[in-house]
Design a protein around this ligand. Structure first.
Ligand code: MG
Length: 266
């Protein structure tokens, strides 16, 4: 096994350890939800409604449900983690009733501009993966609907089947280390990353993923409900805040990382 030592040394990780052949190419990890499709699809809002209904079904009021949803999302990066830890929620039941019940086929459609962006990445220079806090079935479903699955080499996802003590997601350091192991990359500076969650981008930078980009699309922000902050239209030019490049359109990645794209003709 090579790669960064795991922050999490559970038997699961030892069992899952896989030998990788050495590959010097950088890996570009895309977040999926609200990154590979626009937040205007309102998936986060629809998901928020389902999560609140789920929490209410545990016997809580609307207000309590809203508060807990917000609190757990802020505290853990994923409402599910708090629900599981403090309320004994079965993650697969949660997944089925929340992500799994979303009518994604009606809410999402392929965007040829995003597909072209991925096609224009020179694969001899860079590999393309996704890094999501969703379960793999949701990730596969979204990528299939967006007609992007063939552009993605590997999917790093949250394994909802793991025991609570082993469960990891963005922005926990162990999750980024796990992603590096999965993709077979040793040097954190070879990880390129783009996410619509600032805390996930900051988490990535803390483990040395210095080439991380915050995708702040104008209009809406964030992946999970309640935190839907309506933003002023984000600036069209790339700005840098605390060393993090902030883009408002995925096409700006061509400017942020010109070296990984095929010769520009755009
Ligand atoms: Mg996202």
């Amino acid at each position: 096994m090579h790669g960064q030592p795991f922050a999490n040394s559970s038997p699961f990780f030892k069992e899952m350890a896989v030998e990788h052949t050495h590959d010097d190419r950088p890996v570009l990890f895309f977040d999926i939800d609200n990154t590979l499709y626009s937040s205007s699809a309102k998936i986060a809002e629809a998901m928020g409604v389902r999560i609140r209904a789920y929490i209410k079904s545990l016997g809580l009021s609307e207000e309590e449900a809203s508060n807990l949803q917000s609190q757990y999302y802020t505290q853990y990066g994923l409402s599910l983690l708090g629900l599981r830890r403090h309320h004994g929620v079965d993650p697969m039941d949660f997944h089925e009733k929340c992500d799994g019940s979303l009518p994604l086929e009606e809410m999402l459609s392929p965007d040829p501009r995003v597909r072209k962006l991925l096609e224009d990445i020179d694969r001899s220079k860079c590999r393309v993966w996704t890094l999501t806090n969703a379960y793999w079935t949701h990730a596969e479903r979204v990528l299939r609907i967006l007609e992007l699955r063939d552009q993605i080499e590997g999917i790093v996802f949250c394994d909802f089947n793991l025991k609570d003590e082993d469960f990891i997601c963005k922005p926990q350091p162990a999750f980024y280390h796990w992603a590096m192991h999965q993709a077979g990359v040793q040097d954190p500076t070879k990880c390129l990353f783009v996410d619509d969650s600032l805390s996930n981008v900051e988490g990535a930078r803390r483990v040395g993923w210095i080439h991380s980009v915050y995708f702040q699309e104008g209009g809406h922000q964030t992946t999970e409900p309640l935190h839907i902050n309506h933003l002023a239209k984000a600036p069209a030019k790339i700005i840098t805040k605390d060393g993090i490049s902030v883009i408002s359109n995925l096409q700006q990645l061509r400017v942020v990382w010109p070296d990984i794209f095929v010769e520009a003709e755009h």
